[in-house]
Design a protein around this ligand. Structure first.
Ligand code: IPM
Ligand code: MG
Length: 347
C-alpha cells in the first residue's frame, strides 16, 4: 500500500545538515522503490534556531513537529569553548531545545541499539575473544525524568546548586513496560540498571520493574548496579539483550555501548511517546570539529531513518532494505574515518 510520509526534518548543527541530507536521499530512494511519497517539513532546533529566533526551540516548531508523523533529526550544539551559543544562559543554549522538545512531545522511551557489525570488528576497541560472534543490545533509556528534569534551585546563602531526582511511579512503569515489550521481540532478557545500593529513587525503580516483570513471565529479568554495568559492557557485552535504565545512566551507558561497536557514528536511536510518533536521531553529537568537511559518518542517521520506517510507519520491508543496504556498503569496504580508513559522507 502506498503511503504519504509526513516527516519533520531538523538538520541541526555541526555535521547535522550533512548527515541528514544523506539520510533523506536514502529515504527518497526507499520511497521511490516501494511506491511511497515523503513530504518533508524543515524545522529549526538548537543552534540553528538560536541564530534565527534567539532561542533553541520555539512554540511554533513544537506545534509543527506535532503535526508531523515523525521527525528525523541530525545533531545539535556547537563547540562550548568557541561558539557564541554558549555565552547564553544554560536555558537558552542548544541542548535546552532538545530537552524541551523531548518533554513537550512526551518522548519518554529512548531506544539506542548497539550492534557490532562483522565487517567492523577491526574498529572495535575490545579484544577479539570478547566480541567473537558479535553482539546486539538495546539500551532503553528513560528520557523525560530523572536528574535531567528534577527540580533545580540555587541556595541563596552559599550558592550551592541542589538537584533533585524526579521519577514518578507512572514514569517508571511505562518505560519498564516498553522495555519488556521490546525484549519479547528480541532475546527475552531485560537487565535493569540502577544504583539501588545508594539511591532511594533506584529502590523505587527496582520495585516497579519487578512488578511489571510479573506480566512478562517469558522474559528473564536481572538487576545490575550502574557501575558494574559500565564494567560489564566492556568485559562481556554479549551478555546483554535489553538494558533498561534511567535518563542519566542511559546517557552515559549508551555512549559507552556505542564505542564498543566501533564508532558512535554507527548508532541510530529513536525517542518515542505513547503514540506512533518518534524523534529519530543518530546517537552521536554534532562533531563541530569535522563539520563541513564531508567526512562525517552518515550511517547512524540512515539507520535512524530505517528505524523511523519501522516504528512510526510500520514499513518493515522498507526498513529491512535500508539496513541490508548499509550492511552491503560496509561489506563492499566503504568507510568514513571514524571506522578506520579514509572515506567521505557521500558515495
Ligand atoms: C544525548 C545527548 C543529550 C543528552 C544532550 C545533548 C542534552 O548527550 O542525547 O545523549 O544528554 O540527553
Ligand atoms: Mg548523550
Amino acid at each position: 500500500m502506498s503511503m504519504n510520509l509526513n516527516i519533520g526534518v531538523i538538520k541541526g548543527d555541526g555535521i547535522g545538515p550533512e548527515i541528514v541530507t544523506e539520510a533523506m536521499k536514502v529515504l527518497d530512494k526507499a520511497a521511490e522503490k516501494y511506491g511511497h511519497a515523503c513530504k518533508y517539513t524543515q524545522l529549526l532546533l538548537g543552534g540553528a534556531s538560536i541564530d534565527v529566533h534567539g532561542i533553541p526551540l520555539t512554540d511554533e516548531t513544537v506545534e509543527q513537529a506535532k503535526a508531523c508523523d515523525a521527525v528525523l533529526m541530525g545533531s545539535i550544539g556547537g563547540d562550548a569553548k568557541t561558539s557564541p551559543w554558549y555565552q547564553l544562559e544554560p536555558s537558552k543554549r542548544p541542548e535546552a531545545g532538545l530537552l524541551k522538545i523531548r518533554k513537550e512531545l512526551n518522548l519518554f522511551a529512548n531506544l539506542r541499539p548497539a550492534i557490532l557489525y562483522d565487517e567492523l570488528k577491526g574498529a572495535c576497541p575490545l579484544k577479539e575473544e570478547i566480541t567473537e560472534g558479535g553482539f546486539d543490545l538495546m539500551i532503553m533509556r528513560e528520557l523525560t525524568g530523572g536528574l535531567y528534569f528534577g527540580e533545580r534551585r540555587t541556595e541563596e546563602i552559599d550558592g550551592v546548586l541542589t538537584a533533585f531526582d524526579s521519577l514518578t511511579y507512572n514514569e517508571i512503569r511505562r518505560i519498564a513496560k516498553r522495555a519488556f515489550d521490546i525484549a519479547m521481540k528480541r532475546g527475552r532478557k531485560v537487565t535493569s540498571v540502577d544504583k539501588a545500593n545508594v539511591l532511594d529513587s533506584s529502590r523505587l525503580w527496582r520495585k516497579i520493574v519487578e512488578e511489571v516483570a510479573k506480566d512478562y513471565p517469558e522474559v528473564a529479568l536481572e538487576h545490575m548496579l550502574v557501575d558494574n554495568c559500565a564494567m560489564q559492557l566492556v568485559k562481556d557485552p554479549k551478555q546483554f539483550d535489553v538494558v533498561l535504565t534511567e535518563n542519566m545512566f542511559g546517557d552515559i551507558l549508551s555512549d559507552e555501548a556505542s564505542m564498543v561497536t566501533g564508532s558512535i557514528g554507527m548508532l541510530a536511536s529513536t525517542s518515542l511517546n505513547e503514540t506512533k510518533f518518534g524523534l529519530y536521531e543518530p546517537s552521536g553529537g554534532s562533531a563541530p570539529d569535522i563539520a563541513g568537511k564531508g567526512i562525517a559518518n552518515p550511517i547512524a542517521t540512515i539507520l535512524s531513518a530505517a528505524m523511523m520506517l519501522r516504528f512510526s510507519f510500520d514499513l518493515d520491508q522498507e526498513a529491512d532494505a535500508i539496513e541490508a543496504a548499509v550492511a552491503q556498503v560496509l561489506k563492499e569496504g566503504y568507510r568514513t574515518i571514524d571506522i578506520m580508513s579514509e572515506g567521505k559522507t557521500q558515495v
